[in-house]
Design a binder for this molecule. Structure first.
Ligand code: SF4
Ligand code: SF4
Length: 267
């Protein structure tokens, strides 16, 4: 049977965040509902993903702000039980939460397979400097992205809008979907609450009740036997549009550049 490989799968230990970015792409501050996973739930989710997906290039720990979760080190350890099924574990942070010794221990242990993605919105400069210093000293691979002041990384963010419906036609929906950078990279799959969606906007809109949930737009990772779930994912991967694109300004790459706006401005 044909292998099921994905370039990117995102897990969100918590949707809580200590920042309140006005243009947060997944609208964390805008909605009170901010799921916070238990270790047991995280473990079950990982198991279900790797039953269905054969290989993931980037397994990403994002949020919310994952460093707020006190059990994050344990969750990272659990990820490494599936180390033969992914290339690199990426950990995202907003550079505004101190990195704890237990987390550093795990990062050091797996330093050849982890990568820290540090987006600095200029809110807690002392914490950010300390984070970078600690990662450097311990030779943990990381990328620092400056998202404040002048010369922001990639000229800032794309404003993907709130979850207001645009009323696009079927043809327009297909255009938005096919031009989306996430889609063109093979999906930035998000798994939370037992559902697996093409992108963070789709899952967030569904969970806060702002985007209608269509059966054809997600995989229920806990329902059905493994082959049934694999078949459903294969169908999903062939999608030509998802309803979430009617509630998004789009996210276009360099050929058809979405307008960039200053990142990380706080509410
Ligand atoms: S740091 Fe900002 S963009 Fe990131 S999850 Fe928190 S509110 Fe959203
Ligand atoms: S909703 Fe559509 S356009 Fe927006 S990020 Fe998701 S796939 Fe891309």
């Amino acid at each position: 049977m044909e292998q099921l490989n994905l370039p990117m799968v995102n897990l969100t230990p918590t949707m809580r965040c200590n920042l309140r970015c006005r243009l947060c792409g997944v609208l964390v501050p805008q909605y009170e509902y901010r799921p916070h996973m238990t270790v047991e739930e995280f473990s079950r989710t990982l198991k279900a993903i790797f039953e269905v997906v054969d290989h993931v290039e980037k397994l990403q720990i994002t949020g919310g702000e994952p460093l707020l979760h006190t059990e994050l080190p344990k969750m990272l350890e659990l990820c490494f039980e599936y180390v033969s099924q992914f290339d690199t574990l990426w950990i995202f942070t907003n550079c505004a939460v101190p990195i704890k010794p237990q987390l550093m221990e795990v990062l050091e242990e797996y330093k050849d397979r982890v990568f820290v993605h540090a987006s600095d919105y200029g809110v807690k400069p002392n914490i950010s400097i300390e984070l970078q210093r600690t990662l450097e000293e311990n030779k943990i691979p990381f990328k620092y992205l400056k998202y404040f002041g002048d010369e922001q990384y990639y000229n800032g963010w794309v404003d993907q809008g709130d979850f207001i419906q645009q009323g696009r036609t079927e043809t327009e929906l297909k255009q938005v979907f096919s031009k989306c950078s996430h889609v063109n990279r093979g999906g930035s799959w998000y798994v939370r609450g037992g559902q697996m969606h093409w992108c963070g906007r789709s899952i967030r809109g569904a969970e806060v009740g702002k985007i209608p949930v269509r059966d054809e737009d997600y995989l229920d990772i806990f329902v059905g036997d493994i082959e049934e779930r694999k078949d459903k994912l294969r169908q999903l991967m062939k999608a030509e549009q998802i309803i979430a694109c009617d509630y998004c300004n789009g996210y276009y790459g360099t050929e058809d550049m979405s307008k960039r706006v200053p990142a990380g401005r706080q509410i």
